[in-house]
Design a protein around this ligand. Sequence first.
Ligand SMILES: [Fe+2]
Length: 317
Amino acid sequence: MTGGGGYFSMLKLLEITLNGGTNPSTGICLCPEDDDLSTFRSYDDLERAFKRQIGYYLEFLPVCANAVASAYAAGTPTPLLSAMMTHRIEAAVDHSEGGVRLLQLHLGGDRNFQYLLGSRADGRVAAVDPGFAPDRLHGTAETRGLKIEVILVTHGHADHTGGVTRLADLTGAPVLAGRAAGVPGARAVVDGETIPFGKFAITALHTPGHAPDHVCYLGGGYLATGDLLFCGKVGGTGPPFPGSSAEQEWASLQRVLQLPDATIVLPGHDYYGGAGTMTHSTIGHERAHNPFLAGDFAAFCELKENWAAYKKEHGIR
Ligand SMILES: [Fe+2]
């Protein structure tokens, strides 16, 4: 096997030629930076390692593959990495209300959302889950006169942490996460900890389930739910997500459902679990309409098991 390519944070992009086996071939792979490629003999090996080490999303593979195929078709292999990581870049959406400044950004990855959340009065904000485009996130803040005071990570999966180091370098802001391990430069927050900056404050809520280190961040009536709660859907658990627990996720969901109905839900992904689109929600709406929250824990688990069929039946992407 031979390889060479570009690096992006904890991932590396490799153009790999598999010389052995019955199907010698060349292709593009993403893998964790510290993996020893000499132990891999097939793309299946790479995929297994990827899922094991960073909780790889099953939905992410086809997204990457499409971006790579498009770049090759256009005869532009050099920007492969940026094509893969920023395949869907959209302008920031301003959901500010009252005294709160809230920008929602879609900067690539696996339909990942990033957020800038703080006080409208002083423009000092937290950046939630930098994702894979920290320069664009930083640029968005600068052009709108916002200063990133702290970087908050909901959990240690790479699509949420990819740009942490770069954004910390750009801003000098501290990085906070549920667990320091696996998040470069992070300090671990304590459940219930208040994080003050400027005229604003955010509270960290430990919400394990999708990942053991998962944290939601609550401030100004907004709740960044990471991969615990999406619009009409909940975070994945099971073998693709090391350390995950459906029981813990259910308990964490019950915890955030205690918040006031008007609390605005800011999901970590654009994974609307219904037909059409929905980029943010409220606790009240999710309590009333999210199919995973309609019954008891047994029904919750049953829907997880049958989600593929449910999606197909209801026309959900
Ligand atoms: Fe995740």
